[in-house]
Design a protein around this ligand. Structure first.
Ligand code: 2M8
Length: 439
């Protein structure tokens, strides 16, 4: 057996271990339920060898879609899970909302919309073409309702940019991008309901968000549940964390383009999705571009100011072909420097946050470690613009880190040590995607 075959089988074994019978846990102990963007990344790995499971992964998630179209960031496994997680359904209390799904327990917030991209990917690599067209027909109205909800609920100024009102919605939970906004929330003890973290019983505290981060996370959920997850009230009452995020909006641009392709394949009108894609891409270029540093940056809508913090996600618009060539070249100059990772340096590309930022950490979650999903997005983005040497470097990391260090959640950008949870699903599924696509 070759090394590639062994790696392939090890990755499939991780997914098998995390399969519940209807969806895939991100990892067995730390995240024992279904997560929204994880499932999209996971389905893209299954797509290459188990079409039925890829479809089931996405179907399970959309079975818990809210009546208003939102896709929740967590779908709780109330059937065969015995692991604790905080915050669980009792904390979220989604049934305060008339739009909550009647038969599922979920969270009340969302995560980046990679789902149309995942559905198209499953179609593209499907072994059974007829069946995969039926899957597109099944998913199309659900995806359309999801995107429609995002624009109607989370773009109150009609700018073409979605705002998020919880760091968990970014997927990059404790990124230094949110530090300033969170520090400006004045919390008194009666603002924060009592809670007990479970994550710190499973992972070293130095690799996880701090207590003050969690106090804010919990406070923001409480703010939303007190308003019954009614987006208009949440906005009008001024939730004190409102961010137009580069990665979230970039993935929405790509998802709209992919939804337009799906529409074309099944004889539906593609125009609304193309026009959403173009509006959002233009808004990202106008409002989120930093012309001084040549990177895209988030915008703090609550304080009405740009967020001057440079995360790897600031290069993600390459994935959706948002920058023109000139911008793309200047971005790559920045990425390919000691502020992230120079191509000749003996380190692992690419850290999730700029190494020269005072908030950078080698080990603390989204504050610097290397993440496989971010490398996967950038690998493709750089390939679109023909920056092959750097793209290959990112691609190689997706293969080398799991094969030498294990299927960890994130990795030290210098020595490659694995951090967070082991047996992490998207580390396995995106590795599978890379291996199959190079065959
Ligand atoms: C992490 O987030 C969850 C909350 O959603 C947590 O820390 O408990 C993030 O890395 C997020 O991006 C990811 O989707 C989730 C599950 O892997 O874990």
């Amino acid at each position: 057996m070759t090394n590639t075959q062994q790696l392939d089988q090890a990755a499939m074994a991780v997914l098998e271990k995390n399969w519940t019978g209807f969806s895939t846990k991100p990892t067995p102990a730390l995240y024992p339920h279904q997560w929204s963007w994880d499932s999209a990344f996971i389905a893209m790995g299954y797509a290459h060898y188990n079409q039925a499971r890829a479809e089931q992964e996405l179907r399970s998630l959309f079975d818990a879609q809210w009546l208003d179209g939102r896709v929740p960031h967590i779908v709780f496994n109330t059937i065969n899970n015995d692991r604790p997680y905080f915050p669980g359904p009792d904390f979220w209390q989604i049934h305060r909302s008339p739009d909550a799904p009647p038969d599922h327990q979920t969270s009340g917030i969302v995560q980046p919309p990679v789902h149309a991209t995942a559905v198209l990917h499953v179609y593209k690599y499907a072994q059974d073409r007829t069946r995969s067209l039926a899957f597109l027909r099944e998913m199309f109205p659900k995806l359309a309702a999801w995107h429609r909800w995002l624009y109607s609920a989370l773009d109150p100024l009609n700018e073409g940019l979605i705002y998020i009102h919880h760091p968990w919605s970014s997927g990059q939970d404790n990124s230094p991008m949110w530090d300033r906004a969170l520090q400006r929330i004045e919390l008194t003890p009666d603002h924060v309901p009592e809670y007990t973290r479970v994550d710190l019983t499973l992972v070293d505290a130095d690799e996880r968000p701090t207590k003050s981060d969690y106090d804010c996370y919990v406070y923001l959920v409480d703010f939303m549940r007190q308003r019954d997850y009614d987006e208009q009230r949440i906005y009008e009452d001024g939730i004190p964390f409102m961010v137009q995020d580069v990665l979230f909006n970039t993935l929405l641009v790509q998802a709209n383009r992919d939804l337009a392709l799906i529409a074309g394949l099944i004889g539906e009108d593609a125009e609304p999705y193309l026009s959403w894609a173009e509006n959002t891409a233009a808004a990202i270029n106008d409002k989120l571009w930093d012309p001084v540093n040549h990177i895209y940056i988030d915008y703090d809508l609550y304080h009405d100011e740009p967020i001057h913090a440079h995360a790897l996600a600031g290069f993600s618009p390459l994935f959706a072909r948002i920058p023109d060539e000139e911008r793309a070249y200047s971005m790559v100059d920045y990425l390919n420097s000691s502020r992230f990772c120079h191509i000749d340096e003996a380190m692992i590309a690419a850290p999730s946050y700029t190494r020269v930022g005072s908030a950078f950490s080698h080990s603390r979650y989204w504050r610097g470690p290397v993440w496989i999903n971010m490398n996967w997005l950038l690998w493709q983005g750089l390939t679109h613009y023909d920056f092959s040497p750097y793209a290959n470097r990112l691609r190689n990391t997706i293969v080398e880190l799991p094969s030498t260090r294990g299927f960890y959640e994130y990795f030290h950008p210098v020595n490659g040590r694995g951090y967070g949870a082991p047996d992490f699903s998207w580390t396995a599924s995106l590795l599978l995607d890379v291996l199959y696509r190079s065959e």
